[in-house]
Design a protein. Structure first.
Length: 179
């Protein structure tokens, strides 16, 4: 039986890498569905994600799914794993605080399956003690993290904050899925 990966895409400059990630998962036979955070549409289009996954992207909260349940509940129920890649500092902070103000944060909160975050951000953001504290808090509550890589960042600096290599994200997601 095909496993369902629910990919959460957020408003990071690395969001275009979600497209390659979808391809890697689909080549391995996984079904991939996407949800977008509030800001993700500033960086990548819904149409692109829908074309690559062959599935509708859920962006809004306030419309019932085909099975008449709230979209964040049905999305969470259908997923075998939720992967948030790239994950912004904002999403990490919101999930850690229990905030559910868009489809992505609400679905993660409603999840019964494992949730994996692959952060991507500027090195100062990643090393901000508040961000680190939120990551630690989530880790202690059973959420998985794939540490970002060191290297050139979109802002022109060098440091830790690049989205982890896609192969590592696939490997770690499969480890969590047990496949
Ligand atoms: C060009 C640009 C690139 C950005 N890249 C990142 C990023 O890689 N990581 C991050 O945490 N925030 C990044 N931000 C800031 C987020 O877009 C901002 O915090 C936003 O509120 C995140 O919303 P979301 O978490 O709902 O997607 C970037 C902003 C801009 C303008």
């Amino acid at each position: 039986m095909k496993k369902n990966i629910l990919l959460g895409v957020t408003g990071s400059i690395a969001s275009f890498k979600a497209c390659s990630l979808i391809g890697l998962f689909r080549e391995k036979g996984y079904a991939v569905r996407c949800m977008m955070s509030r800001s993700a549409g500033r960086f990548i289009t819904q149409l692109t994600l829908e074309t690559l996954t062959g599935e509708r992207v859920v962006r809004g909260m306030f419309r019932l799914s085909e099975n008449s349940s709230p979209p964040h509940i049905s999305l969470a129920d259908e997923a075998d794993v939720i992967l948030v890649a790239p994950a912004t500092a904002d999403i990490i902070g919101k999930v850690s605080a229990g905030i559910c103000d868009d489809i992505l944060t609400s679905t993660v909160c409603a999840a019964g399956c494992p949730v994996v975050f692959a952060p991507a951000m500027n090195d100062k953001m990643f090393n901000n003690p508040i961000v680190r504290e939120k990551i630690e808090h989530l880790r202690q509550n059973g959420y998985h993290f794939i540490d970002p890589a060191k290297g050139p960042l979109a802002c022109g600096r060098e440091g830790e904050g690049r989205l982890a290599p896609l192969e590592r994200i696939v490997e770690e997601t499969e480890r969590v899925l047990g496949t």
